[in-house]
Design a protein around this ligand. Sequence first.
Ligand code: ADP
Ligand code: TRP
Length: 332
Amino acid sequence: MERAITGVKPTGRLHIGNYFGAILPTLQLSEDYETLIFIADYHALNYIKTAEELKDYSLRLASGYLACGLDPQKIIFFRQSDIPEVFELNWILSNVTPKGLMNRAHAYKAMVEQNEQNSLEKDQNVNMGLYNYPILMSADILLYNTKYVPVGLDQKQHCEIARDIAQIFNNRYGKTFALPEPKIEEDVAVITGLDGRKMSKSYNNTIELFCDEKDLRKSVNKIITDSKLPGEPKDPDCTLAKIYGLFASKEETIAYKDKLKDGLGWGDAKKELFEVMNSFLTPMRDKYNYYMQNPLEVEKILQEGAKKARIIAKKMLNKIRKKIGVNELFNN
Ligand code: ADP
Ligand code: TRP
């Protein structure tokens, strides 16, 4: 089986956009690929500025993926910071990475453009973690000699950078790395948020995946509707119906849309949506709460995963060390 790897940043609480847009499609990969999924905590360091938050989001992310059905027997699930080899490779790759390649990376360019618009110095608020981010991501990918990198469209450029870096290294030292390819699912739906825009933390319009029943009800009640009264026909493609469709069967969704067209009041429509979401999410929430209350169990799973990942990583790093003229690590 070919290998696929993806990293997820612990930068907030998971929401239903993450579940349908990223978690579900990633978990399905293990049917076709030898799959590695890791918590990219050292990538999050650029966004999360307190130890408590980084710890909390990392545990939530790990518990979340496990609650969503990640089977650690099938998927190598680990934490980036548990793999010291990746940081050594990060340094090695820094030495084959042209600075110009980093100047063109989207996240950095966006910061520069924003600074220029605000008449600020071009590199204001840019730290080297942001600037070098694509090199660390390349190390994540190349350390496992991975062919496929399942990511969202926003990460396509980073995968291309990893490929460029692999090529430069291969040209200098001889074929070492497989050339990675982004694997972008074209037909993954964009999940709508409370206000009808794309659900995103940055829009503050999310429905948390594992919130308790009370908060779930509150979120559903916050979904924006028009001001049509009960009895008036409603748009069957409204936000409520879109979200309903994610959690119910096709037949149930058709029936729900028919009721909306027939004048179901928004209040009742929200009650029905809450019920269908809550019965879908309750078993997942229960599992999530179990893991959150048993962090040592999560820790054990991540450490087991790291052991498996390090077997691949050490072998690869030794090969790379030899290529560049550095001794193989002893005690290996
Ligand atoms: P956010 O926009 O809330 O900060 P992230 O950037 O952390 O979300 O997204 C993590 C993953 O979840 C990415 O792969 C992204 O494509 C996916 N994702 C986030 N929001 C949505 C959405 N509304 N619909 C589909 N996928 C989403
Ligand atoms: N940069 C990715 C993101 O923001 C996360 C990530 C880090 C990643 N390392 C990776 C994704 C390696 C795929 C492969 O979502």
